[in-house]
Design a protein. Structure first.
Length: 328
């Protein structure tokens, strides 16, 4: 043997028997062809081992992905369940709070419930529940004047419609305009508004107000506003100026409301209203699908507590009459 071969054998012996790698000894008598084939065999073995390791690694990756997906799905499921329980809890609390508010409004309303019209609407709802016959409603005689009815702010039982009252619209029927407009400098503009309002109401009586009449009324409000700016714009902090501007905003909103066709028949009947009792008001509101709106002005806030007591008086009387019939 050559010294090189002997050295190689000594090194391999020193590695011990713990190594599992296959060693192909190269000794005397090797040929180029044999060495080549031997190399091919070693290469094939390495490729096979590499493929095996890749397959095992891919299997581990797939298993890891599956477990990760299962974990994520489990977390999401638990989170969704917690969120659903949280939402149910919120809805349940809202429902309980709503029931408490409705019970308060119905049995022991606060001043704000009366001012917002909620307490009045609760009594009205009881009146129109269908349990009490129309003939029974005519028994009590709880008086309510035409002027009081025209001061009431009404609203349709649907979204997007402003509240309205004949008192807000027909300023001239109050006996006086805001203090600023009582000055003779506004005589012409006041008269133009009153004429435009008469024209619009006449068209209401005939059927429905034309846009031309409503636009004419809006123009009259604009003229009042322009004249106010000319006369008092130099004193923007003046209480009379502030009051007049607020009145103009109210007028403009009421005029815009006239374009709502469902309100026009109600305004016609309100303009010609001759009722004398709470029941007459109840019938008027039922026929036009009206509710009590939020009391905004001082006059409305003063009216609503009295009106609430009158509504309660009517309901208690008719309810007692129903009870007496049941006992008889």
């Amino acid at each position: 043997m050559t010294r090189t071969v002997v050295a190689a054998l000594v090194v391999l012996a020193c590695l011990g028997t713990s190594s599992r790698a296959q060693v192909v000894p190269v000794g005397p008598g090797s040929t180029p062809q044999g060495d080549y084939l031997r190399g091919v065999g070693v290469a094939a073995y390495g490729i096979g081992t590499g493929n095996l390791l890749d397959a095992q690694a891919n299997a581990q990756n797939v298993e890891t992905d599956i477990r990760l997906n299962e974990y994520i799905a489990s977390v999401l499921k638990n989170e969704n369940a917690e969120n659903a329980a949280h939402r149910d809890g919120i809805l349940r609390k809202k429902g309980e709070l709503s029931n408490q508010i409705q019970e308060r409004i119905s049995k022991n309303p606060e001043a704000r419930d009366v001012d917002k019209g909620s307490a009045l609407n609760a009594v009205l709802k009881k009146m129109n529940a269908g349990i009490i016959q129309e003939s029974t409603h005519r028994i009590p005689d709880v008086p309510l004047t035409v002027d009081e009815v025209r001061r009431i702010p009404f609203e349709l039982a649907e979204k997007g419609v402003r509240s309205f009252s004949m008192y807000r619209l027909t300023v001239k029927e109050r006996g006086k305009w805001p203090i600023a407009f009582q000055d003779r400098q506004f005589d012409r503009e006041r008269r133009m508004y009153e004429l435009a309002l008469d024209h619009a109401l006449e068209q209401h009586v005939q059927g429905a107000a034309q846009l031309e009449a409503i636009d004419g009324l809006k123009s009259a409000v604009t003229l009042l506003s322009d004249r106010l700016d000319q006369v008092m714009a130099g004193n923007p902090a003046d209480r009379r100026f502030i009051e007049a501007k607020a009145s103009l905003r109210e007028l403009d909103a009421s005029v815009e409301m006239l374009k709502t066709h469902k309100i026009q028949p109600a305004l016609v009947d309100l303009d010609q209203y001759h009722g004398t009792t709470v029941n007459d008001l109840r019938v008027f509101m039922r026929n036009h699908g009206l509710q009590f709106a939020d009391a905004q002005s001082k006059e409305e806030r003063e009216l609503f507590p009295r009106l609430y007591e009158m509504l309660k008086m009517h309901y208690e009387k008719v309810n007692a009459a129903v009870g007496d019939r049941g006992r008889n």
